[in-house]
Design a protein around this ligand. Structure first.
Ligand SMILES: [Zn+2]
Length: 82
């Protein structure tokens, strides 16, 4: 009796990111498609943005290095600002 069979890898669904809206204060989950990441020359000009699914406001938040990494790995489309 051998039990060398490895368990199947977990299904890799689309990455989901938790975010909250400063306008209506709702928190929700967004998929990579819903987010945009803009990487500027410095941390000050590096941010991510999305449209709040609740109130429709455009939200823009600073993206520290850790967030940039997370979003990039999650497949969020990245825009490099000149
Ligand atoms: Zn909102």
């Amino acid at each position: 009796m051998t039990s060398t069979a490895a368990p199947p890898p977990p299904a890799t669904g689309p990455a989901v990111f938790r975010a909250n809206c400063p306008h209506c204060r709702t928190s929700f989950e967004l998929r990579a498609d819903d987010l945009r990441l803009a990487i500027g020359a410095s941390a000050r000009t590096t941010f991510y943005s999305f449209t709040c699914p609740e109130c429709g406001e455009a939200v823009r938040k600073p993206a520290p290095e850790r967030i940039v990494e997370l979003l990039t790995l999650g497949g969020v489309s990245t825009m490099r600002l000149a």
